[in-house]
Design a protein around this ligand. Structure first.
Ligand SMILES: [Fe+2]
Length: 182
């Protein structure tokens, strides 16, 4: 399987938008911690998070191609088919069925919620974000309005209550906060 460093270098070389690159690092961290929590393959799940949006440099705004282009690109790389399918599933091109597929569907939007949560605390630091405030913000439709609450809530399908999922994702992002600039 593709090494983490090779995947990192590939994504870094392809994704010029620093916020998008950070989103992929954040999703990687959440997926790694989810894998640990669920007894799954940390390396595979982390790689799925790191690579899941790799085609947004050419598909931004085109949800019919987003995911499908990445699926093709990943076909030329040493990654398992289950990773490629999860990338398709995170955009809804195929139903999310496996645990990996369901995890990326929930992990992708939660990073957006938590990043937005950090930007509204006075220090703008993840260290000062609280799970309780994230829960409240989820109920405010205008807060991070593009973040799918429905997708985040699918964490229960993985066996995690919302509060636990938010806490796990927050701690994961705090773990890599220096890379996220937050
Ligand atoms: Fe994403």
């Amino acid at each position: 399987m593709l090494s983490r460093q090779a995947a990192y270098d590939f994504v870094k070389g392809r994704i010029a938008n620093p916020n998008l690159f950070r989103h992929m690092l954040a999703t990687e961290a959440v997926m790694e911690d989810l894998a640990e929590r669920l007894g799954e393959d940390r390396a595979l799940w982390g790689l799925t998070g790191l690579l899941h949006d790799l085609d947004l440099d050419v598909t931004e705004g085109d949800m019919t191609r987003h995911g499908r282009v990445a699926y093709e690109v990943l076909g030329g790389m040493d990654v398992p088919e289950e990773l490629r399918r999860a990338v398709l599933a995170h955009v809804g091109h195929v139903a999310a069925e496996s645990r990996l597929e369901r995890a990326i569907v929930a992990a992708d939007p939660v990073t957006g919620l938590i990043t937005a949560g950090a930007l509204v605390v006075p220090t703008r630091k993840l260290a000062d974000v609280k799970v309780e405030s994230l829960r409240k913000r989820m109920k405010e439709k205008r807060f991070a309005a593009n973040v799918s609450r429905e997708q985040i809530a699918t964490c229960v399908g993985l066996g995690l209550e919302l509060e636990e999922f938010l806490g796990l994702a927050l701690r994961a992002m705090q773990r890599v906060s220096a890379d996220l600039g937050l």
